[in-house]
Design a protein around this ligand. Structure first.
Ligand SMILES: *Cc1c(COP(=O)(O)O)cnc(C)c1O
Ligand code: SF4
Length: 330
């Protein structure tokens, strides 16, 4: 046996840091230097696994990873235009746990749980308790998918679908792949960049065994999030025949700098991961301090495209309710 006991992803979830005080204490940062929001934490608790904490720089109150997960005092501000359901998800729920906004693809809220709580998350107020929790409860969603032959792609989302056990995911995927008009499976997940050991042999085995075309969309916002363990997780996913893409949210004070975005895109394409979308922040209540001016965003992406090959430049988009696709901002 190796003396370095292999940590399971379940254990990492159980041991995650769940409050600002502990988080700041671990990083040796004075809580008064930053200011935290008790109200924000009550609404949406702090949740940070050790693996993610380890990529933060101790004693740096401006660490770009810390600022994504710490409930800062600005969360308590009420700002006009920032709402609980900014993208109208509740209005496109067809059956419990299934959203359809766009032609040919549906999004399944596989779970409400995440491996990390990102403070800017547009689903931070989503009523997850109503989402299905067992395979039987998926029946209406599966029937909906089976009855509409224009649907070619099923997207596992959440929450983070990879917080669900492999046996459940494998079961669900088997049922979905038996629907003749479904060709593609897409998984939207932050897990490989948060608890990289989640990409284990069991996960890779069921992914590899599905006959569907497989796409994983990661969510990485800053180059400091990519370390050796994340690169290894990406390689394992790719080895199953999965195409790996990344989406990023443009976040003020975190990645709204040319050098940061450029390094992120370069690190991603170096590993064969295509930068897919750069999202304008959804205007969710409690996240106004993360918002960047779309003009500044446009200019950043323009400068990026002057430095990088086309495939390394993400599409800068906003989610605007009622549109037939995400809305390009350039
Ligand atoms: C963003 C989103 C998708 C995926 O859109 P793509 O442009 O295909 O990446 C699908 N369904 C919903 C409800 C979405 O919000
Ligand atoms: S992992 Fe995704 S769904 Fe979960 S809190 Fe972060 S942004 Fe939201």
């Amino acid at each position: 046996m190796s003396s370095v006991a292999k940590h399971s992803w379940h254990q990492s979830m159980k041991d995650a840091i769940r409050d600002s005080t502990t988080l700041l204490h671990r990083l040796r940062i004075d809580p008064d230097a930053l200011g935290t929001s008790a109200q924000g934490e009550r609404q949406f608790p702090v949740f940070v696994p050790e693996e993610y904490l380890n990529r933060m720089h101790p004693e740096d109150p401006n660490d770009p990873l810390l600022l994504q997960v710490l409930a800062r005092k600005q969360e308590s501000d009420t700002v006009l235009g920032f709402d609980e359901d900014p993208v109208g998800d509740s209005r496109v729920e067809k059956v419990p746990g299934l959203l359809q906004k766009y032609h040919g693809r549906v999004l399944l809220i596989v779970t409400g749980a995440c491996a990390i709580h990102c403070r800017y998350c547009f689903r931070r107020h989503y009523p997850y308790s109503s989402a299905p929790k067992s395979i039987q409860q998926w029946e209406p969603a599966l029937q909906y998918i089976a009855s509409d032959t224009s649907i070619q792609e099923v997207i596992y989302s959440g929450g983070d679908p990879l917080t669900v056990a492999d046996s459940v995911l494998a079961d669900l995927t088997r049922q979905i792949s038996s629907i003749p008009h479904i060709r593609r499976l897409r998984i939207h997940t932050r897990m490989p960049a948060v608890i990289p050991c989640r990409v284990d042999s069991q996960l890779c085995a069921w992914l590899k065994s599905t006959p569907l075309s497989k796409w994983v969309v990661l969510h990485i916002n800053h180059p400091h999030e990519i370390d050796y363990s994340v690169e290894t997780a990406i390689e394992k996913l790719q080895a199953t025949g999965t195409v790996v893409l990344n989406q990023t949210v443009l976040l003020k004070g975190i990645n709204d700098k040319l050098d940061v975005l450029r390094e992120l895109c370069e690190r991603l394409v170096q590993r064969g991961v295509m930068p897919y979308y750069l999202h304008q922040l959804d205007r969710v209540a409690g996240a106004s301090h993360f918002e960047c001016d779309p003009e500044a965003g446009r200019s950043l992406v323009e400068r990026l495209s002057e430095m990088l090959p086309g495939y390394a430049v993400p599409k800068y988009v906003a989610e605007i309710e009622g549109r037939r696709s995400k809305t390009p901002l350039r």
